[in-house]
Design a protein around this ligand. Structure first.
Ligand code: FAD
Length: 526
């Protein structure tokens, strides 16, 4: 028999295993009846700095069934994936992009016996590594192989945080698949699971090999230049390899998981009559602190406690008057700031970390919500705004790099004059970011900072620096789908993942890929 015990808090100063068992026994379970105790979730409650606790959701396997369970126990509800069988005669199927959406869609198709052809503009992970290293040392960007583009998509060079706000039976499958492909097992129960870029690279390669073993076919260094649409239906793809060789290949169905940075691909789709619309997104800067400052902010006197990892935070401020959120995003404890450019002549930052999260600094995006038509009603007005900030930054530095400013100087409209310390590997130029951003961004960042100055120790301090700009937090457009996951304008075209505007983050993009395949290529059975 299995039972759950949720929200069990135990001080980090106590022996965790012993206390967990004691708490179960205290609630009437005989010790000899406990077969196994598993963590379903474990989180840290650090709201009271004098008493930090782990909070557990547990699944306990009992050798014998027990009646009259204590009220704190519950019987687990089994989350089952719906049973599905593949449809027949679906024709030839292409998947564009090997980010989480494309990879998981391809995997699902293979599991159903389809043999998708997968196109990826960037290189396989090992060569992509070299392209990024070369970019950092030479400042020559490969617009098809960089932090955004290449095997594994934008998620490969990330912190690999797997938090998601969505609830879906598909999440379990994503996590199990990641573990089977080399991710740490504790992602199955940790409240804030993360993988780290070093392990993600292995995971991505293993998923690729699994797809290949099931009949999927990969074409790396292959840009889909054009989706050929006839009578509002996809009929073919025009592809170009890295030597410039072009080919037109007929396809009946295309799953499009191109991410939010493929501006050329968005424009091509629009030109070909695919319907899309502007959507809200967010823009701001990375904020970076010495890791110890953030650990102290979150853990107080427990700062170096051996059971505690590098601390994370999640901050949000609501500007009610403007109905606008200002929030931290994609926090990378013990991580590094990276240059996330994918277009020649534009520069921007993002953050990633390694599985150990033991770097000297901790960083996070600090961004201001931008409404869907805030910079103009015409399609792509938001995307053009992102692009203009990236280009302006490039022009100010006269290279790829980042603009930097101490937080206190930013709040006082003063250019920082000292050289700032950062994990960022490329050129940094001190600049008053109030002159980079429109007021709607800089003013709102300051409102939030003033609030956090009072509420979050160490957060707004001489040690906190801004590295800018952070422009690509989410897609600025949505390629609108119908209830079956198909483009509302174009038959046979299935936009998936973050670029489609239906996901944000690794897990939700992967779930979207799985879900849309199930919608389209299978029938639900009882
Ligand atoms: P993407 O991952 O963007 O993949 C799209 C793929 O399509 C790319 O590989 C691209 O090369 C390819 N492509 C584009 N156009 C074409 C074309 N025309 N032809 C062929 N191929 C094409 N999310 C988290 O949940 N946790 C994190 O810790 C996290 N950290 C991040 C850190 C960084 C540095 C970045 C950049 C992003 C991070 N994210 C994180 C966001 C996350 O990576 C994305 O939400 C996720 O990867 C989106 O998945 P996707 O499959 O929809 O698109």
């Amino acid at each position: 028999m299995k039972i759950n015990l949720n929200n069990l808090s135990i001080s980090i100063e106590r022996d965790q295993n012993k206390m967990v068992k004691n708490e179960i026994i205290k609630r009437g379970i005989k010790p000899e009846n406990i077969e196994r105790i598993e963590h379903v979730k474990r989180s840290i409650d650090s709201r009271k700095k004098s008493e930090i606790k782990f909070v557990y959701n547990l699944e306990i396997t009992l050798k014998e069934a027990v009646s009259n369970l204590h009220k704190d126990f519950s019987i687990p509800k089994e989350i089952k994936m719906e049973k599905r069988v593949p449809k027949k005669d679906m024709g030839s199927i292409a998947v564009i992009g090997t980010g989480p959406a494309g990879l998981f869609a391809a995997l699902r198709l293979c599991e159903y016996g389809f043999k998708p052809i997968i196109f990826e503009r960037g290189e396989m992970v090992d060569n992509r590594d070299k392209a990024i290293e070369s970019f950092y040392s030479t400042s020559v960007l490969n617009p098809n192989s960089n932090i955004q583009f290449g095997e594994g998509g934008a998620g490969t060079y990330s912190d690999g945080k797997l938090n998601t706000r969505i609830r879906s039976g598909y999440i379990n499958k994503v996590f199990l698949e990641l573990v089977e492909s080399g991710a740490q097992e504790n992602i199955l129960w940790d409240y804030k699971p993360h993988v780290g870029t070093d392990i993600l690279k292995v995971v991505v390669k293993n998923i690729r090999e699994k797809i290949k073993s099931l009949g999927g076919e990969f074409h790396f260094n292959t840009l889909v230049e054009n989706v050929v649409i006839l009578n509002n239906k996809v009929v073919a793809l025009d592809i170009r390899d890295k030597f410039g060789n072009k080919e037109r290949l007929p396809f009946d169905r295309v799953l499009m998981g191109v991410g939010h940075s493929a501006r050329d691909t968005y424009k091509m789709l629009h030109k070909n009559g695919v319907f899309m619309e502007n959507k809200a997104f967010a823009v701001g800067a990375r904020i970076e602190h010495p890791r110890k400052d953030i650990d102290e902010m979150q853990y107080g006197k427990f700062v170096n406690h051996p059971l505690l990892e590098a601390a994370t935070y999640n901050l949000a401020y609501n500007n009610r008057e403007e109905e606008r959120g200002i929030f931290s995003f994609c926090m990378c404890p013990g991580g590094v700031i990276v240059n996330a450019a994918s277009e020649t002549g534009g520069t921007l930052v993002n953050g990633m970390s390694y599985s150990t999260r033991d770097g000297e600094f901790s960083n996070s995006a600090l961004v201001v919500g931008i409404k869907e038509n805030e910079f103009g009603d015409e399609l792509f007005s938001g995307m053009k705004f992102q692009e203009s900030i990236e280009r302006k930054t490039f022009e100010l530095i006269n290279n790829y790099g980042a603009l930097t400013q101490n937080v206190l100087d930013f709040m006082n409209n003063k250019t920082t004059t000292r050289q700032l310390k950062s994990s960022y590997p490329m050129e940094m130029k001190n600049y008053d970011l109030n002159n980079l951003f429109p007021e709607v961004i800089s003013n709102n960042m300051k409102y939030a900072m003033k609030h956090w100055e009072k509420t979050q120790r160490n957060f707004i301090s001489k040690n906190a620096n801004l590295i800018a700009p952070e422009t690509r937090t989410s897609a600025p457009v949505r390629i609108t789908r119908n209830e079956f996951g198909e483009s509302i304008s174009t038959k046979g075209l299935y936009p998936i993942g973050e670029g489609a505007g239906y996901a944000g983050g690794i897990v939700s993009a992967a779930v979207d890929g799985l879900k849309i395949v199930d919608y389209i290529f299978t029938d639900l059975v009882d």
